[in-house]
Design a protein. Structure first.
Length: 112
């Protein structure tokens, strides 16, 4: 239920955004993404995602730049660690514009 709630409502509360470690996100995009990543840490399965992203942000750039970002594999352990719904939650943080496509794929996967 916590994952479902986060997927629908997103982050909440006041968050102090860390400095932008990337050279491919502007500060506004970084702030929005960081708020999502920071709050994802409240969900057990996402523990470590904030620090992983900060350290390995270049691995996430492929998803950010992809035309079909919802079909890209998550970097590192996150591909195996997350189920398809949890990957949609992370995708929402990285590329919210591709969530609708991810939901369509999720329904096909689960319902046929």
């Amino acid at each position: 239920m916590d994952e479902w709630r986060f997927f629908l409502a997103g982050p909440s509360g006041q968050i102090d955004v860390k400095p932008n470690p990337t050279d491919w996100l502007d500060d506004i995009e970084w702030g929005q993404m960081y708020e999502q990543l920071f709050c994802l840490e409240r969900l057990e399965v996402f523990r470590g995602i904030e620090s992983y992203f900060i350290e390995f942000h270049k691995k996430f750039k492929k998803i950010y730049d992809a035309t079909e970002a919802h079909k890209e594999k998550m970097p590192g352990e996150w591909e195996e660690r997350l189920n398809s719904f949890q990957k949609m939650i992370l995708l929402k943080a990285l590329r919210a514009d591709k969530v609708t496509s991810a939901i369509q794929d999720f329904i096909v996967e689960k319902v046929g």
